[in-house]
Design a protein around this ligand. Structure first.
Ligand code: 3PY
Ligand code: MG
Length: 230
C-alpha cells in the first residue's frame, strides 16, 4: 500500500528505489501498478550500471528511470539508448504492461514512448561534474538527477557527508544552469522542505522529497513521545 499512499497523498510522482531501497523486481512490478492506481507518475531508480533492469522496469510501466553514478558520456549513452526505441536507441520490444498502465495500445506506445518516458542520469561525483557537458550532449538522454549526498562525499574526497553544505549547494546550482542551457530536465533529491525551495530557485523541476522509512520513523517517535508511558 505504501507507494499508493504516497500517490494518494498528492505527490505528482513516486520513486521506487532499487539502488538503496528494499524492492525486489516483483515488489517493484506490484508497486508500479499501485502508483498508477493512486494517480501519480511512476519513477524507478536502478542499481549502478544495471541497464538490463532499467529495461525490465520501463517495460513494467516505469515512466522515468533514474540511473545512479553516471560518470561519462559513454555510460550516459549506453543507459539512455537502452531506454529509447529505434531509430533513437536500441530498447528491446515488449512493453505490454507499460502500454496497459499508460492506457495505450502497443502501437500507440511504440509511437509515443520515446517522448513520454524519461531517462535521467545521476550526477553525483566530481568525475560526473567534469564530464557534465559531454553527458548533457547525449541526445537520447532527457535530463540529469543530482544526488547531493554522494556528491558531497565525492567533492570532499570522502571527508564530509554534507548534502546541505555550501560547496554542494554551489555545485547543484551550476549543474542546474548547465542542464537548462543544454535543454535538459534537471532533477534533484531533497532532504528538507527548505532544500525543495532552494532547488526550485536554482532551476530544478523534478524534486524528490520524502522517504517512506523516514516518515514512519518520525511518526513513530512522535506517537511514542505523546504517551505518558515512554
Ligand atoms: C544521493 O544523495 O547521493 C542520492 O543518491 C539521493 O538519492
Ligand atoms: Mg547517491
Amino acid at each position: 500500500m505504501v507507494p499508493e499512499l504516497f500517490a494518494r497523498a498528492g505527490y505528482e510522482a513516486v520513486t521506487l528505489d532499487l539502488q538503496h531501497g528494499m524492492f525486489d523486481f516483483e515488489a517493484a512490478v506490484d508497486s508500479l501498478g499501485l502508483i498508477a492506481l493512486g494517480g501519480a507518475h511512476r519513477i524507478a531508480r536502478i542499481p549502478v550500471a544495471d541497464n538490463a533492469l532499467a529495461g525490465r522496469l520501463i517495460d513494467m510501466g516505469a515512466e522515468c528511470i533514474i540511473a545512479p553514478m553516471i560518470n561519462s558520456r559513454e555510460e550516459a549513452e549506453q543507459f539512455a539508448r537502452a531506454m529509447k526505441y529505434p531509430p533513437m536507441g536500441e530498447r528491446s520490444w515488449s512493453p505490454r504492461r507499460a502500454a496497459m498502465l499508460s492506457g495505450q495500445t502497443d502501437h500507440e506506445y511504440l509511437t509515443n514512448s520515446n517522448s513520454q518516458t524519461l531517462a535521467l542520469a545521476m550526477i553525483e561525483t566530481q568525475e560526473a561534474i567534469e564530464a557534465l557537458d559531454d553527458i548533457l550532449s547525449v541526445p537520447e538522454l532527457d535530463g540529469i538527477f543530482v544526488g547531493p549526498s554522494d556528491l558531497s562525499l565525492s567533492l570532499s574526497k570522502g571527508t564530509a557527508l554534507d548534502p546541505n553544505g555550501p560547496e554542494t549547494a554551489r555545485a547543484c546550482a551550476d549543474i542546474a544552469s548547465k542542464a537548462k542551457a543544454a535543454g535538459k530536465i534537471a532533477g534533484i533529491f531533497c532532504l528538507s522542505a527548505e532544500k525543495v525551495e532552494e532547488a526550485v530557485a536554482q532551476g530544478y523541476r523534478l524534486l524528490s522529497y520524502g522517504i517512506d522509512t523516514v516518515f514512519i520513523d518520525g511518526a513513530a517517535r512522535t506517537a511514542l513521545g505523546e504517551t505518558a508511558w515512554t
